[in-house]
Design a protein around this ligand. Structure first.
Ligand code: NDP
Length: 289
């Protein structure tokens, strides 16, 4: 993996719009009414600190997270790059139209900037493409993409009519889960499909402890005067062409995540991380949560 001399903080979209490399996730938001205001405030603080990309889905709290997003973007819709996702069982023409409409209503907006197929289900990709293209023609979505699709799925998508209109693939990626570097990430780069990394700080479980508590991450963080989570984020966006969408409700976390956009890891530090978490040398199944 190469690395740039000048730290990039955004990906420039084909329409010239700049979308910050570190955005905000919303999974688990909207589950509890008592946390609602805190979650809205967290997203708004994130917007103010430059994390104007927000990722949500009809699945999260069964629409509850989209309602939080709707409240957070009120009065600043144009400043926000809005990503949402449809369930696989809604991914035919009619299902997508209905799901998208319901999402737009919950978020109080006329369009989604990027609408994703959440994961691949039983509905043929052709039908999903047709449904997405229809929504695009109607102006309900600006672009569409996919999530949790591996290289073979992407190749299949590319072989279908209008499949090359797919504008992003959102997959799990962090330093302790690097399987996509073997084939999916190179394929995505060759075909100009940016990757959006979910779970960029390895939420939950074994991998999180293994990543954030690893002595190398702790040492590198100390040398920058930041936290291991911030190093994990800086690592994900190190090449300037992968988005990271950490989810944070605690104010300190929101501030840390926004500040991570300007951390420049040195070649030596990237090498140390490679030694601690070696890149893949053979095909690995796509990690998912
Ligand atoms: P993350 O890796 O973003 O981890 C979220 C957890 O990390 C929360 O508990 C949060 O705590 C904590 N956290 C956030 N910032 C910090 C920090 N600076 N230091 C320490 N802890 C921190 O996991 P997610 O699973 O939420 O993934 C991110 C987003 O990606 C999701 O919210 C969702 O939008 C998307 N996603 C997409 C999937 C897909 O299938 N397409 C699957 C999974 C996620 P707190 O909230 O208390 O601040």
């Amino acid at each position: 993996m190469g690395q740039s001399q000048h730290k990039k903080s955004a990906i420039t979209w084909t329409d010239g719009r700049e979308v910050p490399l570190i955005g905000q996730g919303t999974w688990n938001m909207g589950e509890k009414a008592s946390l609602r205001q805190e979650e809205v405030r967290a997203l708004q603080l994130g917007f103010e600190l430059g994390m104007t990309l927000v990722d949500t889905a009809e699945m999260y709290a069964e629409g509850g997270a989209e309602e939080i997003v709707g409240e957070a973007i009120r009065g600043r819709r144009d400043d926000v790059y809005l990503v949402s996702k449809a369930y696989p069982h809604h991914a035919d023409r009619q299902g997508l139209a209905q799901a998208c409409e319901a999402s737009l209503t919950r978020m109080g907006t006329e369009h989604v900037d990027m609408y994703l197929l959440h994961w691949r289900g039983n509905i043929p990709l052709e039908e999903t493409i047709q449904g997405m293209e229809k929504l695009r023609e109607q102006g309900k979505i600006r672009n569409w993409g996919v999530s949790n699709l591996d290289k073979s799925d992407m190749e299949e998508l590319w072989s279908l009519s209008n499949g090359k209109a797919c504008a992003v693939n959102q997959v799990l990626y962090h330093a302790a889960s690097r399987g996509i570097e073997y084939d999916l990430l190179p394929w995505s780069r060759t075909h100009g499909v940016p990757v959006m990394a979910y779970c960029p700080i390895a939420q939950g479980g074994r991998l999180r402890r293994g990543l954030l508590e690893h002595p190398i991450m702790v040492d590198i963080a100390a040398s920058h005067g930041v936290t291991p989570s911030q190093i994990a984020l800086a690592w994900v966006i190190r090449d300037g062409d992968v988005w990271a969408i950490p989810k944070a409700v605690q104010e300190s976390h929101v501030r840390e995540n926004a500040a991570a956009a300007s951390i420049q890891l040195t070649p030596e530090q990237l090498q140390q991380i490679d030694e601690a978490f070696p890149p893949p040398t053979r095909k690995q199944p796509l990690d998912m949560v």
